[in-house]
Design a protein around this ligand. Sequence first.
Ligand SMILES: [Zn+2]
Length: 474
Amino acid sequence: MQQNSRVAVAERGLTRYSIASAFALAFLGLAAFLGPTASLLDASHRALSISIEIPTTGDIDQQLAQRYFLLPAAQVDSDAAAPAPQPAEPPGPIEQIVQVQKGDTLMSLLTDAGVKMDEAHAAIAALSDVYSPRKLQVGQPITLTLLPNDPAADDSQSDPQAGLQLMAISLQPSVAQNVELIRGVGGDFVAEATNVPLHREVMRSAGIINSSLFEAGQADGVPIGVLSDVIHAFSYDVDFQRDFQPGDRYEILYQRYADGEGRLAKVGDVLFASLTLSGRQLRLYRYTMPDGRTDWFNPKGDSVRKALLRTPVDGAKITSGFGMRINPILGFSMMHKGVDFGAPIGTPIYAAGDGVVVQMGVVSGYGNYIRIKHTARYATAYAHMSRYAGGIHVGSHVRQGQVIAYVGMTGRATGPHLHYEVLVDGKQINPQSIKLPTGEKLQGKDLKQFLALAANIDRERRDIARSSLIARNP
Ligand SMILES: [Zn+2]
């Protein structure tokens, strides 16, 4: 049964492609006629170029013209009421698309298609230089170009299927790779693997944030990696649980790479992201500095990277702020010297800034505790964790955003949360109210370059927004 379905596919391919090939050959004939215009043939027509090597006698241009230029008219005629007897036309190469079925080998595919055993052997041997036929996958299409022997030129041939000459094999092991086998002028097979040229596409997604940026973006098909990059970029300025209001909006521009048929090969960088929160728009542009570092900058060219992250844990809610409160466990009023972020046990906790771990271990009340020294004056502390991240110990150098531990409820805690403190000169301060020291500002030539890039991105944003036919999230 499977065998049959493959044959059916092959036959459909045969009819459709033999006509297409005829037209292509007509074009080739014309191109050859005109001489220099042959350069019109680009890489995508390469497979057809084998038709030039059809063994013929006499003037090939003339023959091709005679064979194929009249074909469309002849076909119209044959559809008419009185079918005229077809003149004996020498057959041209035909393309067959065969689909790999379970149990197939390249050998069986070729011989089933009518290729002689010794030719199939030679073809597979040549192909093996660039591609292992063992890697054939069920369902994978393979295009065969076959040249029937010309009955007019060779009287001994009566069965057109007998001894089909294999001219080319073409297959695509992955979106990014093409493998081709072509019969060369001398009759030998030559195999070649080429990387498929991927083209860059800039994608834009924009809309209203109903519940979370993550949800809005995912509903619009934005890849998860892109969304988490954007969330990290904004995490210096935005508390993702607290700051969203009805009507808040987002816009993201990112790159993706696709092959010639628009199939996704890989996701590229995020270029731009904006959030409009309660009418205030924050815009961030990704920019790579001349020294190779890449960072996010606001439209003025200031890095959004702050010395310290405002929220050192993803998707957390502030459950208790800094200040006087009735301690829920001790029952009397006392100073709460940090901010509590409610999050499920096991949620990763990030180092709020670059620094060195100066304390790590159980501290009464705090449970599992880490303190990181960032600068001579600034430090941050994290408490109640369920466990520490691997490789973190006193003396570890940590990078901003590096996972140092996981949310828990060790020590005096009524539920799983991170207790987070910012210390200046050893004293806890309110991390929500301090103006954190900002990162670098681009200047001079850097700034000029950045502003030009930002202007380009803005132009691209407008162009895409204008040309997108459907406003997906008005
Ligand atoms: Zn706390």
